[in-house]
Design a protein around this ligand. Structure first.
Ligand code: AQP
Length: 333
């Protein structure tokens, strides 16, 4: 298999959580360590599609970059930068918004979920968010995009925009058609309080998520309080039907342990949920504790983080400058 060109982004909208780790960042690290060409972006332009406090946003950009580093992204191997420092993202987003069709955007379910009932009051930015995401990806000729399952639809839109541009400008292969890289199993980690809701930074309940900065004790307490049900521990996949909370906890266990589901059923046969939760806490603590400590250490060194972002921005600027020149030429500018 040849070298893949990887691009992915994470919004600096607060503490990153176990869902971001399992759904996205864990894969970033694996892809980097398989010697692919990787670009990981702190997507602050995406964050401002909903109102942000400027001072907190600045802090969140640093913390997101610190989380990338703490999870194992190495700035010597991968480009790490923040989106707003490379103006080509906004410029290409405008150009691609003239290629994308209203009908395509009208189908985006994340806009419907995030805008809620009062979509007239949502920002225009939130509506065209997927076009900016397409610009991020296409600008670097990314061939593969590791994302959580919730971003699959946006990636399909990026593919549609790429194909339409290539057809409209009679330029086959000008933009790559990016492939999503989504985990096959348990690609969407759910809230610890409601197995039908995605684990999310913006959930008002702290008990709904494991933050990557949580202490061991916080992790243990949150797992203890995680919702289960009155049924007994499942013994087969059939027992997981209509039990979203149980399925989610098992998904977290399998994702972090690398164990197979059949092995899990025999390991916990005849055991109760509190026993399973103890083992689950152990696994999460083992994985998250070193990350949490490293984030806290890096947060004490903001000038190092700023330097990593600046170096990454310079590299991203050089790559994107070449592509944007060619894109503008196609439009006749
Ligand atoms: N619960 C999740 N399970 C699996 N993957 C997830 N991702 C996010 N939540 C889950 C993946 O993490 C990457 C970065 O996401 P993001 O922070 O840029 O945006 P988001 O999906 O909007 O994340 P949140 O936590 O839900 O933020 P808020 O609350 O601010 O909206 C993406 O690849 C995403 O798929």
């Amino acid at each position: 298999m040849g070298v893949k060109k990887i691009f992915s982004g994470v919004q600096p909208t607060g503490n990153l959580h176990l869902g971001n780790y399992i759904g996205a960042i864990k894969n970033f690290v694996d892809l980097q360590n398989q010697n692919n060409e990787c670009i990981f972006c702190v997507v602050d332009l995406h964050a401002v599609t909903v109102k942000q406090d400027p001072k907190i946003l600045k802090q969140n950009v640093r913390e997101t970059a610190a989380t990338f580093l703490a999870c194992g992204i190495d700035p010597k191997k991968s480009i790490i930068f923040n989106q707003s420092s490379v103006s080509a993202h906004s410029e290409v987003s405008w150009l691609l918004s003239c290629v994308a069709r209203m009908g395509w955007l009208n189908r985006m379910t994340q806009f419907k979920e995030k805008a809620g009932k009062d979509k007239e009051k949502a920002s225009v930015g939130l509506y065209i968010y997927p076009v900016l995401m397409a610009a991020d990806i296409l600008l670097y000729d990314a061939t593969h995009v590791p994302v959580g399952e919730d971003q699959k639809q946006h990636l399909e839109l990026a593919r549609d925009i790429s194909k339409k541009f290539n057809t409209d400008f009679n330029a086959p292969d000008f933009f790559k058609i990016p492939e999503p890289l989504i985990q096959k199993n348990f690609a969407r980690i759910m809230s610890l309080k409601d197995g039908n809701k995605k684990m999310s930074k913006s959930d008002p309940s702290e008990l709904s998520r494991i933050n990557l900065t949580d202490s061991d004790l916080e992790i243990i307490n949150k797992i203890k309080k995680a919702k289960t049900d009155t049924g007994s521990f499942p013994t087969s996949v059939n027992n997981l039907k209509s039990r979203p909370e149980i399925e989610n906890l098992i998904g977290i266990y399998l994702s972090l342990s690398g164990n197979k589901i059949d092995h899990l059923f025999s390991e916990f046969k005849d055991k109760n949920f509190s026993f399973f939760k103890e083992k689950l806490s152990d696994i999460i603590v083992k994985k998250i504790s070193p990350i949490s400590k490293e984030i806290k250490r890096l947060n004490q060194d903001p000038s190092y983080i700023d330097q990593v972002l600046e170096d990454g921005s310079q590299k991203a600027y050089e790559l994107s400058s070449r592509k944007i020149k060619d894109i503008k030429k196609k439009f006749g500018f």
